[in-house]
Write a protein that binds this ligand. Structure first.
Ligand code: PAF
Length: 282
């Protein structure tokens, strides 16, 4: 497995792979890998000749007062996990390598899709994500790029960016990986103390019950939203940032559940903000 820290060297290496006719799969990550990331890698392995994993805690997608400084990092552990998955290359640049002192070019998807949910709670977050992913796509030249459904809005925004700007690649979404008790895997789960970890199960429970209500015939989006809020509100430690239901394609508001919908949650337990979601098609 090759480990690259410099843009120029991985970009040259990826160009050579393309000249050899190899299909490149990119798995962008911020490291501190868990099974969810490894599923992305396995999916990439299935579809591509070359699998590149980037590990970069991207400062431009964190807001002031968010967890950029304390975001968990463990490069040794990450690289041995990736070695075991037979990854071909890791790209792990420094912030200085990715953002030169005079950096001033941004890629931004505008409209409802970035104005709602995490876009509303974390101003500038998606601009940081779309900018860094544009850079990663230009550097690693992937044919396919793999993202987790756990960050549903991120995947939607990146799909839109790829469509709008004609990037020559395809985004592949990989389903959420959950712990045995239903908690969606996240690098941020390590922040949870034992009690918050237990209380956080309410996220998946709320999504499950809301899905059941839809399957049982409930079509009023307002009532589903209320149900989500009631179930999450039953946890004394949960502080709801959002619990919403929107059109799954573009996050348009809906009154009636008559198409594919995304139920999306962001909830704080102590200082830890967790997200989870579920797609339901009627
Ligand atoms: O999902 C993440 O880990 C990040 O947002 C990403 C896509 C690697 C961009 O920094």
């Amino acid at each position: 497995m090759r480990i690259f820290k410099e843009i120029q060297s991985i970009q040259n290496w990826c160009k050579e792979q393309k000249v050899q006719g190899r299909k490149i799969g990119l798995v962008p990550t911020m490291g501190y890998l868990h099974e969810g990331h490894l599923e992305l890698v396995r999916e990439a392995r299935k579809h591509c000749d070359i699998v590149v994993v980037s590990i970069f805690v991207n400062p431009t997608q964190f807001g002031v007062g968010e967890d950029f400084e304390v975001y968990p990092r463990d490069f040794q552990r990450d690289s041995s996990l990736l070695e075991r998955e037979q990854v071909d290359a890791i790209f792990a640049p420094t912030a200085g390598e990715m953002y030169l002192p005079d950096f001033s070019s941004w890629v931004e998807v505008t409209g409802e899709i970035t104005a709602k949910l995490c876009g509303a709670s974390r101003p500038g977050h998606f601009r940081g994500v779309t900018t860094v992913c544009t850079k990663l796509f230009n550097i690693c030249l992937p044919d396919l790029a793999f993202f987790g459904q756990k960050d549903a809005q991120q995947a939607m925004v990146l799909e839109k960016m790829v469509r709008d700007l004609n990037f020559p690649l395809q985004i592949i979404r990989v389903p959420i990986v959950r712990e045995a008790d239903g908690l969606a895997m996240s690098s941020r789960n390590v922040y949870l103390d034992a009690e918050d970890r237990k209380q956080a199960l309410v996220l998946n429970q709320a999504l499950e019950q809301a899905e059941k209500a839809i399957r049982d015939g409930e079509r009023d989006a307002g009532r589903i939203k209320q149900l989500l809020q009631e179930i999450i509100g039953s946890s004394p430690r949960a502080e709801i940032d959002y619990a919403e239901i929107y059109d799954a394609y573009d996050l348009a508001d809906i009154q009636q559940i008559d198409r594919k919908v995304l139920m999306a949650l962001a909830v704080k337990f102590g200082k830890t903000r967790l997200i989870d979601n579920r797609l339901v098609e009627v």
